[in-house]
Design a protein around this ligand. Structure first.
Ligand code: IMP
Ligand code: MG
Length: 187
């Protein structure tokens, strides 16, 4: 488990137990909704979704394919919200029931782009499952069919989410606080 660097402290926002409970709840709903599907494909958005996805899919008893998609936002020097594809899925999704799995929906630009791109390929259905929803930051509308937790406008880490590629393997969702943050909180 990663430990905070000097000047950083970690506050637990969503505990391991609460995550486990929520993942089971979502899995139950997904099992029910896709019980009759013989064309399910779960597509994880790399890298943030992998811890959540792995726990979730182990509890799904509908036969499925598993694949990954990776997107990244361009730097601030170009158009804000412009999304670049880093890795596409390996298989055709035409006629399939796509369940897209994401760690967090923030501004919504990433998911909005991925969803419209996948939509062009004529899947039978597309639904989105996102562990976290930071709806206060939304700039592009995104429909989340299976949503884990709605959270405030905080920068969170752990359970797949990173800060500069660190902290993904924390077993809980935390908030990274620097001394200046905690001062703000005290004001
Ligand atoms: P978007 O703003 O909805 O396009 O989100 C883009 C990506 O930003 C997400 O898929 C995450 O990888 C990342 N992200 C957004 N908010 C956070 C956060 O609080 N912690 C870590 N990563 C985040
Ligand atoms: Mg992500």
């Amino acid at each position: 488990m990663p430990t905070p660097q000097e000047n950083e402290s970690l506050r637990v926002l969503i505990s391991q137990r609460d995550l486990e409970r929520k993942v089971s709840e979502l899995a139950e709903r997904i099992n029910r909704d896709y019980a009759d599907s013989d064309q399910l494909i779960a597509i994880g958005v790399l890298k943030g979704s992998v811890f959540f996805m792995s726990d979730l899919l182990k509890q799904i008893d509908v036969p499925m394919q598993v694949d990954f998609f990776q997107a990244a936002s361009y730097g601030s020097s170009t158009v804000p919200g412009e999304v670049r594809i880093k890795r596409d899925v390996d298989v055709s999704i035409r006629g399939k029931d796509v369940l897209l799995i994401e760690d967090i929906v923030d501004t919504g630009h990433t998911l909005n782009t991925i969803l419209s791109l996948l939509g062009f390929r004529e899947p039978r259905s597309v639904r989105l499952c996102a562990l976290l929803d930071k709806s206060a930051r939304r700039e592009k509308e995104v429909k989340i069919d299976y949503s884990g937790f709605e959270i405030d406008d905080l920068f969170v880490i752990g359970y797949g989410l990173d800060f500069n590629e660190k902290y993904r393997n924390l077993p809980y969702i935390g908030v990274l606080e620097t001394p200046s943050d905690s001062q703000e909180e005290n004001e």
